[in-house]
Design a protein around this ligand. Sequence first.
Ligand SMILES: Nc1ncnc2c1ncn2[C@@H]1O[C@H](COP(=O)(O)OP(=O)(O)OP(=O)(O)O)[C@@H](O)[C@H]1O
Length: 233
Amino acid sequence: MGIIETKDFGIRYGEKVILSAANIAIPKGRFFAILGENGAGKTSFVKALIGQNVQTVGTLSRQAKRIGFVPQFRDITRDYPLRISEFVGLKYNQGWRLWWQADEKQAIQAALARMDLLRIANQRLGLASGGQKQRAFVAQALVQKPDLLILDESTASLDHEHKVQLLQTVKQLQKEEDLTILFITHELKLISQFADGYLLFENGGVTQGDQIALQSLTMQMTHVHEEDEVHDV
Ligand SMILES: Nc1ncnc2c1ncn2[C@@H]1O[C@H](COP(=O)(O)OP(=O)(O)OP(=O)(O)O)[C@@H](O)[C@H]1O
């Protein structure tokens, strides 16, 4: 059985139907790209997955014990007061506090190390670079040791080099920690180098594809947008 499975699953807001007849099955330990144009229903699906308030029909089952969620990048201004280590522990257990138990402290250190932030753990997050901030968001989601990690457009604000670095780290997490990854993105060409499957939200439905299908979808879209630098879906 997959870590996420739906059967004739649908989502609506009042009268407005966002998704219908969704039948998908994501095996544990895979890295799936979540694709679709703006407004196609990607975030609504993720909200349903993490149990947030959306009206649904059909069934959605998830075998994940803990879900780590990395929200869309919110600007952390220069005057943001928390240090990186404090930010990473912010939502852990009952929330950030001055004194951590030894095992909690260890979990925060492990998440910092995993995202290569140990060296700068005592620096203020507001003064960190865009890539470091994004890694801090991922570390915050990792600290509770999730088995499913959902990232919402986490590469959007980064330059190409840092996009690749972040995706390489996420790929490593998938392999070494047997994490299932759902990565919402519009950057098809980039994600197709890392993901081993996709969900494409369009026309009120969702289609699932494997790595080979992802490669052909990428080729198809690249061809359509031959003149463009950005290959959005
Ligand atoms: N709380 C809500 N109430 C009513 N309609 C909503 C609500 N949230 C989202 N919608 C609508 O549902 C549709 C799907 O939105 P959703 O945010 O899931 O799309 P998305 O694929 O994540 O888009 P984006 O790529 O822009 O983030 C849109 O038409 C949106 O306006």
